[in-house]
Design a binder for this molecule. Structure first.
Ligand SMILES: [Mn+2]
Length: 358
């Protein structure tokens, strides 16, 4: 074979490559059309029986030189790419997706605009214990000009023998104190049946980490006209987190605040590992405001200031932390709640930091 023959063969190969390219893309357009028909009929996009039929059909007509296993492998990749193409389309369609709505969602909570580009604070005790305890924290929060007041009335705890919260009674205390100081109440609801009752007492419904995939609760929160703060699950991927938010918005309630609160990893130096990069990812992927809970992600009082600074620097729309008049006797999270002097320092440091980066 001389140089001329080789060049001719290469030209033929280039031509076949282009033919294959055209055919692969032609196949993709048919796959997309089939996907559209299927989604109209409510059918599953992946059909393993059909895929097996296609592979068998190919093998029947295979005359080599490739063996059947190689043909199966090559076509399996082509099928997979087609399926991924459909999945891309699906995520484009998510209501929480920025592809669907490019502009930021800004949520108005008693005049405070969450998602307006400024970091806001959500402060308050881990759990509502007594009227006096709640009132004491609320008065300090108010003094600082903070509007968002958190407190747990329903406490989903790891152990059934730990303090479970005061329930509806706790919500009543929160409302009474919040009205006195003109604050907005954020409190966790754990039972879909309590959503309606909670509307009278809370300004923001919190869905906690342990309930991030409680789909009936997500749907119930999606059915009402009240902002929802959704925390990331302990072991939830970002995609699972986004899909949990989609459950809420798909029912009509688009006022959702996402909250990164640390994920479970092998690290034991902190209670959870704060996944700080989740903040910009969530802000790129969705149009929703994103907050960071520094108390539960670290479980350490000495890390609250540095992690809150990191959250602000990376673009979080809010910082959540817990404050208790006497953390040593707190009925929950006593190791990481701030006492009032510590909170004063925390707030001062972060206000300075906020001014320095804005
Ligand atoms: Mn707590």
């Amino acid at each position: 074979m001389n140089q001329h023959d080789l060049e001719q063969l290469r030209e033929k190969l280039d031509a076949v490559n282009l033919q294959l390219l055209e055919l692969v893309n032609l196949r993709a357009t048919y796959v997309k059309e089939i996907g559209q028909v299927k989604s109209k009929q409510g059918l599953n996009r992946f059909d393993p029986v059909r895929e097996r039929e296609m592979l068998n059909h190919l093998i029947e007509h295979n005359h080599g030189p490739f063996d059947n296993a190689t043909i199966e492998h090559i076509f399996k990749e082509i099928f997979k790419a087609g399926l991924e193409l459909q999945e891309d389309d699906q995520s484009k369609e998510l209501l929480v997706s920025r592809k669907r709505k490019p502009e930021n969602t800004v949520i108005d909570i008693k005049g405070l605009k969450i998602g307006d580009g400024n970091p806001h604070f959500v402060m308050g005790p881990c759990a509502v214990e007594t009227y006096e305890q709640v009132r004491e924290v609320a008065s300090v929060i108010k003094e600082k000009g903070i509007k968002l007041f958190r407190g747990g009335a329903f406490k989903p705890r790891t152990s059934p023998y730990d303090f479970q919260g005061l329930g509806i009674e706790g919500l009543k205390i929160l409302r009474e104190v919040a009205d006195e100081f003109d604050l907005a109440v954020i409190s966790e609801i754990v039972n879909p049946a309590h959503i309606e009752v909670a509307l009278d007492y809370v300004d923001v419904i919190q869905i906690g980490a342990r309930n991030m995939q409680n789909f009936e609760l997500l749907k119930a929160a999606g059915d009402v006209d009240k902002p929802v703060l959704l925390k990331r699950g302990l072991s939830a991927t970002i995609s699972e987190f986004i899909n949990a938010a989609e459950y809420i918005i798909s029912r009509g309630n688009g006022n959702i605040i996402l909250c990164e609160r640390g994920i479970r990893t092998y690290e034991t130096a902190t209670r959870n590992t704060l996944d700080i990069s989740a903040v910009p990812i969530l802000k790129q992927e969705t149009h929703l405001p994103v907050m960071v809970d520094v108390t539960h992600s670290t479980g350490r009082r000495d890390l609250l200031i540095p992690t809150a600074k990191a959250a602000m620097a990376i673009g979080a729309d809010g910082i959540m932390a817990e404050v208790h008049p006497d953390p040593a006797i707190a009925l929950s999270d006593s190791a990481q709640q701030m006492d009032i002097p510590t909170f004063e320092t925390f707030y001062q440091e972060l206000s300075k930091f906020r001014a320095s980066i804005s």
